[in-house]
Design a protein around this ligand. Sequence first.
Ligand SMILES: [Zn+2]
Length: 161
Amino acid sequence: MFLKNMSRENKTLNLREGAFPIKMNLIFNETSLKDIGQLKDSITGDIEISLISKDLFRFEGTVRAIFIDQCQSCLKDIQVGLNFSSNLAIKDETLMMEDNSNQDQTHYQNLEYFNIKQLIEEEISLSYPNIVKCEEECMENRPNTGKEKNLPFKKIRDLID
Ligand SMILES: [Zn+2]
């Protein structure tokens, strides 16, 4: 189990020891995220983890990635580019149930075997657009919608006449 965690893609950190802040430039060449597009090239992150108190850490970082996805309207292949900043509290997963602080921006994980990729992937799935379209008006641009749009006006004219 630990050997698997030590692989390059799933590197874990022990946040219970070591010097802070931890600054890293991360590159992930694959992702296990489902229901999003296909990763093009890699996910890159510029991140920093700082120690706030014994059980509280802070994550700050910028994440960039490009995915190949399909327009939900015309099914064309399109690129979805993500480039976002995150600022989260990190707490041990054992505190999740008893945490009454109501902080919505908190990431819970085992602090001794902290998997940074898991945090990055959660942030990517939160940032990924729910609606993927090649352009804002792709739906409206479809050939037969123009006709339907005119129908209500015709009805109103009929009523006036
Ligand atoms: Zn489209």
